[in-house]
Write a protein that binds this ligand. Sequence first.
Ligand code: KG4
Ligand code: ZN
Length: 339
Amino acid sequence: MADITILGIESSCDETAAAVVRNGRDVLSNIISSQIAIHTEYGGVVPEIASRKHLEKIDDVIALALKEAHCTFDDIDAIAVTYGPGLVGALLVGVAEAKALAYALKKPLIGVHHIEGHVSANYIENKELEPPFACLIVSGGHTHLVVVQDYGKFEIVGRSRDDAAGEAFDKVARAVGLGYPGGPKVDAASKTGNPQAIEFPRGTVTDNPYDFTFSGIKSNVLNYINKAKMMNTAINVPDLCASFQEAVTDSLVSRAIMLCKERGYHKLAIAGGVASNSHIRARMEEECAKNGIRFYRPSPVLCTDNAAMIGCAGYYEYLQGCRDGLDLNACPNLKLGER
Ligand code: KG4
Ligand code: ZN
């Protein structure tokens, strides 16, 4: 079969990214222009600023992706772009860019689901990985436990009833004064903390044991901080972070392993920004080894937002004959499994 080269574009939140991916799994380039430094000043992503910065950067990021891949637009077979979920103004920049390129170059356009992209990041470094497998998706907006039945086809087994795991990390980081972006800061602070120092609840949902809830853990952390302030006692930030991280990790690991054991899956992957958490990775690795499950996790740079994962997901959509028209629009609330 002839090689298929996809230009992937991602702009759903605060990273402007473009990548060239050959045959779904060979990443020829992966350029990420992060806006973290800009949003740090505001303690979180400011949607209007994110859109403006995407607009300023996107042409250069795409040009650099082509250059690093030693490609020109002539070498590109299709353009894949994240069209949801995400911030509407941010998504629109990538979608408009992809549509303009597809029209001008007369190349196929493929809209990609951002979360499908995160899952696909696992294929890049594991050439042998193929569905079906179990996957835990943990990002800033999603906490889903799924079975990947086929490329782009998911059975959602569990989801968060309230906050996404990443959201909980970000809120706790803000509450203890670590600021934005919360996840990596809590991860770093936890390294010197005692995970058993404070007992936080491991929330359960009675009508679906695979569903997650993080609001209880989060409010317990906030109550703990308020109490310490009222009593004028100092908070041990590393201990607090490590104990919170341990509670979240327990919730995630126990359900993911339960799914593999109950349904007989021997492959478990993790995906999304929170999947770059060092403690979650280590604990998953340990539990998978104990239970004879092969554990897949993308390198941290492929866990957080990037366009290589979009090029990869786009390739499988391309093979399935998915094509979008120039009426493709940004879908900020796109659900997993929808197209
Ligand atoms: O997948 P992602 O880059 O963007 C979304 O699609 O949401 O995920 C971002 C989320 C943020 O909540 C961030 O705090 C979290 O991933 N995150 C982490 C770590 N790195 C990023 N959470 C915990 N530990 C980390 N090391
Ligand atoms: Zn993401």
